[in-house]
Design a protein around this ligand. Sequence first.
Ligand code: SF4
Length: 450
Amino acid sequence: MTKMPSYTATTNACKLCKPLGASLAFRGIESCVPFLHGSQGCATYMRRYIISHFNEPIDIASSSLGEKQAIYGGGSNLKLGLKNVTTKYAPKVIGVATTCLTETIGDNVPMILSEYHKEFGTADSPLVVHVSTPSFSGTHMEGFNAAVKEIVSQLAIESTPNESINLLSGFISTADIRYLREVCDDFGLKATILPDYSDTLDGQALNDYPLIPEGGTPLAAIRTMGGAKATIELGSTLPAETGGKVLEQKFGTRLYRKGLPIGIRATDTLFELFANLSEKDVPARHNAARGRLIDSMVDGHKYIFGKRAVVYGEEDLVVGMTSFLAEIGINTVLCASGGKSGKFEASIAAALEGMDCEFPVVKEDVDFYDIENMAKELKVDLVIGHSKGYTFARKENLPLIRIGFPIHDRVGGQRILHLGYHGAQALFDLITNTIIDKKQSDSPVGYSYM
Ligand code: SF4
């Protein structure tokens, strides 16, 4: 195995900026404008990145700090920016995330916001949620999770007990969010899915551009999350302090943590919980989907059995994919992520427990320089992850199966379904056909029938 160099430079990072993750979470709240407290370039970079994956416009406001504020503090710019956003957008919520600059100069955002509310607050003022997201100390996933925690912590209030459930679904695709909503509906569960950017970042074609797109988790539902009968939090590498923990500690809302439901085993586990909470059997159409999935695995296993894969990206996604690949007979030989939760390897071990497969090399806090070097030595057949792995996959002549975020070089990245029996079916067909396609393309004989 290649010895990892001791220098700390990153070459083609396998992670994104922390406030970018927070901005995505804020986009999933009804009538919310994400707002970056920092210099203008941060907002421009993030908008560019998000737009190229979702193919939707996204407005991210900025306090637009210059040299003077970098020295004397950005409080006045933050207040002016909030006033401008309130006037221009009339939002219900403004989600403020800090950036490297404002964290480095040490702006005290809670104090500035308290002053702002005293100076300019009225009964109609938007609610302001703030989150600390220094990008030099984390990833977009840490920013996303921190924003979800702060949304719950700052917006949920004491409420009467009700029969709904909270579903803190993590950073999943818009198709995944829609799928989870359908599943909850089929179980008869009233679910508050937070955040829900399935419309705000994957909307319909409109004649007029709305300043704030329709959709998002309703503010009223967030306010009453504490009264729900349970919270389900998806992700196996989540930090100790999360939105679900806040609800449990503040309101006693029962918390269940499950891994992302990718593949049969993880989906079974989540569906069992839905069945318990709803006191209903798994709906027939989902049982049928599960049966079809197993049938397709029997049909297709001969094309993929024993193949060797590299999976990279967000830790929870990699954990889920690795478990699914083991179910279909593909050995994941390298699990890699730019994240560093400290829970990556243990989560992979738990996901693979009892499965008949090789245990992969698991590396957190790596970049594509490391991933490429390790993949070369591990002699892999395919690469699974987002578009940023394209360069190395092309260099090594390996097929790249695109999942997760960001997908910059294909259309429909936001609509990739990863979750549940339906997601596993789509992934199985995609992976199997990609392997068949590679074999067919590399074959000296132009065969057209298998
Ligand atoms: S300066 Fe920091 S917050 Fe701004 S885009 Fe770069 S990494 Fe993100």
